[in-house]
Design a binder for this molecule. Structure first.
Ligand SMILES: CC(C)(COP(=O)(O)OP(=O)(O)OC[C@H]1O[C@@H](n2cnc3c(N)ncnc32)[C@H](O)[C@@H]1OP(=O)(O)O)[C@@H](O)C(=O)NCCC(=O)NCCS
Length: 180
């Protein structure tokens, strides 16, 4: 996966230790960080989180990006791939956008970029695991081409698994081998 992806409005690059203060504003925000065990209460949790992502990157090549506004460089949120419940070879896509910036299509754009990046890096399948009540997240996964596979139940309730495979490669007619 490439360490820098830009579009006309977004800049994605992997988190580094210097991003901790800014990222902590996202992870400590009770309106935003509704996943996992809820909002972080200490900056050390955010520092450890970044450290784990740096190690994941070194060990697997999977990246988790800081999603920034290209123009002002403000941190909008985060998005990336991680081994999660489905493993390193078929990782999970995850995304989070700060409450103040939600509703502008940022998560959809970032998640789609990460999905394409993962396929360009050769991954055969990418998953998302989403609680059925998180309709916004389900909507994003569907919009970027993921489809529902099955639902399991864990200690927190139902969990829906969605997946996507790389788009088929189309060969032009003149790529076909010629006879004789
Ligand atoms: C889920 C999340 C990333 C969405 O971020 P976002 O940048 O607002 O998403 P988008 O703007 O790309 O919107 C995606 C879709 O959800 C809709 N949507 C966005 N915010 C919404 C809201 N607060 N209520 C209802 N629908 C909403 C959008 O209208 C859009 O659908 P549409 O294209 O049909 O109009 C964000 O709400 C978040 O960070 N939530 C907490 C973390 C989380 O749940 N992550 C996913 C874990 S599986």
């Amino acid at each position: 996966m490439r360490p820098l992806i830009t579009t006309s409005r977004l800049d994605l690059r992997p988190f580094r230790s210097g991003d901790a203060d800014e990222l902590h504003e996202v992870f400590a925000d009770p309106l935003t960080h509704l996943i996992g065990d809820g909002p972080f209460t200490s900056i050390d949790q955010t520092r450890s989180w970044i450290q784990r992502r740096v190690e994941l990157e070194r060990n697997t090549g999977l990246l988790w990006y800081a999603v920034r506004e290209l123009s002002a460089s403000r941190l909008l949120g985060n998005c990336g791939l991680f081994a999660g419940r489905t493993g390193i070879t078929e990782p999970e896509n995850g995304y989070e956008i700060r409450h103040a910036f939600q509703g502008h299509g940022y998560a959809t754009e970032a998640a789609h970029l990460v999905l394409r990046e993962g396929f360009a890096a050769g991954l055969p399948r990418i998953w998302a695991t989403i609680r059925p009540h998180n309709t916004t997240s389900l909507r994003i996964a569907t919009k970027i081409g993921m489809s529902e596979q099955y639902t399991t139940v864990d200690q927190k309730g139902s969990l829906t698994f969605l997946a996507s495979t790389p788009p088929l490669t189309h060969h032009r007619c003149n790529d076909a081998p010629t006879a004789g």
